[in-house]
Design a protein around this ligand. Structure first.
Ligand code: PMV
Length: 367
């Protein structure tokens, strides 16, 4: 474990609320965004430690709202509702996370929690929600803790490093969702405060062009993924290309960090597209192999590349672990892009569906 993370863990253990929970009940609520990685996290070790650092844009429209009602109880009580319906599968993940981390949050054994969660993005749009939902839940948990420790002081004083650390334990890429604009997760010599155990904000180290970037998400398929990211990460262990991948990712981190600072769009485009294709290439050469792209994923990629060559407009794509395409471009191109999407890309999408998203401001306190 890294020294600075050990120091922080000790501090969080020391400050944990270990007393008798007073006889009270309350409700907290947080909204957290999803994020889209530019340099991808694919492969992990130990306790949710990434094999290589990753960088992402924090989104704005694609987010999860979570409310937690809590009251004093003799022992831990728990129920989880997703979009109004009890959801034991997702609830079990949160329950496991709480049980695994009860030394940090011992007060949960004196609380009964009712968690209600919903996503802003359309139901079954094929967009993974674990980053936004787990980080939203962790923000609620930290707020409950701060209410027990002292009076509520609002979003600014919740420790985002702690939120990122525990979000990572709940779902790796969730570590990056608690920061506005852009985040870096994973230790790299090219960024001073970086860590494998939590993400850090890049908001102060990026050119203004990247603070208002747009991400139009083209919904090629709304089915849930055939291979979970947990299984995908595990398959990297036997992947013969893994060592080359990790060294390439480190190189991409170095070059992307300087491109983000300088506002160098050519390098940004080159690295972002290469990373998306590498992620899917790794899936194709794992054993067993799997393919998450669909024919329309490739049709859209070809359209984007053709349009870029023809118009010289600096657009590019990235992909998550699925067939949907994220079209990235500066805000100054938004009008032209809307027309391009409607004229050339929407026909490749399920029911012509796409989501207009952009660089977001991070978690929002709802109550
Ligand atoms: O956080 P996980 O375990 O769902 O993994 C996320 C993996 C990718 O979305 C493919 C890449 C990333 O860095 O977000």
């Amino acid at each position: 474990m890294e020294l600075n993370a050990m120091v922080m863990e000790n501090k969080w253990l020391n400050e944990a609320f270990k007393g008798e929970v007073p006889d009270f009940h309350d409700r907290v609520g947080w909204q957290c965004p999803s994020n889209i990685a530019l340099v991808k996290y694919w492969g992990k070790k130990g306790k949710q430690i990434p094999q290589n650092p990753s960088i992402s844009f924090t989104l704005s429209e694609c987010c999860t709202e979570t409310f937690v009602a809590f009251e004093k109880a003799d022992r831990f009580g728990f129920s989880f509702f997703f979009e109004g319906k009890e959801n034991p599968v997702f609830g079990a993940k949160i329950e496991k996370f709480l049980m695994d981390n009860q030394t940090f949050f011992p007060f949960i054994n004196q609380l009964s929690l009712k968690i209600e969660s919903r996503n802003s993005f359309p139901h079954s749009s094929g967009i993974a929600s674990s980053a936004s939902s787990m980080s939203a839940f962790v923000m609620c948990l930290l707020e409950i803790e701060s209410l027990l420790i002292g009076p509520s002081t609002g979003s600014v004083t919740l420790d985002l490093c702690k939120a990122s650390y525990f979000s990572r334990l709940a779902s790796g890429s969730a570590a990056r969702s608690v920061f506005p604009k852009m985040a870096l997760w994973g230790a790299t010599p090219y960024y001073k405060s970086s860590s494998d155990e939590y993400a850090v904000s890049l908001a102060d180290d990026i050119h203004p062009i990247f603070k208002t970037y747009h991400d139009s998400i083209l919904i090629v398929s709304s089915e849930t993924k055939s291979v979970s990211s947990r299984a995908g990460h595990a398959l990297m262990e036997g992947n013969p290309y893994a060592p080359a991948r990790y060294s390439q990712a480190n190189e991409n981190i170095k070059n992307l960090l300087s491109a983000l600072k300088a506002g160098d769009l050519d390098t940004f485009i080159n690295i972002t597209e290469s990373e998306a294709l590498q992620l899917h290439a790794l899936m194709m050469c794992s054993n067993p192999s799997f393919i998450l792209m669909k024919p329309n994923t490739l049709n859209i990629i070809n359209e984007i590349r053709g349009f870029r060559v023809e118009t010289k407009i600096p657009i590019c794509f990235t992909l998550d672990a699925g067939p949907n395409v994220h079209l990235l471009y500066p805000v100054s191109e938004a009008e032209k892009m809307e027309q391009f999407i409607n004229d050339n890309l929407a026909a490749y999408c399920v029911d012509n569906k796409w989501i207009a998203d952009n660089d977001g401001d991070g978690p929002k306190k709802l109550l």
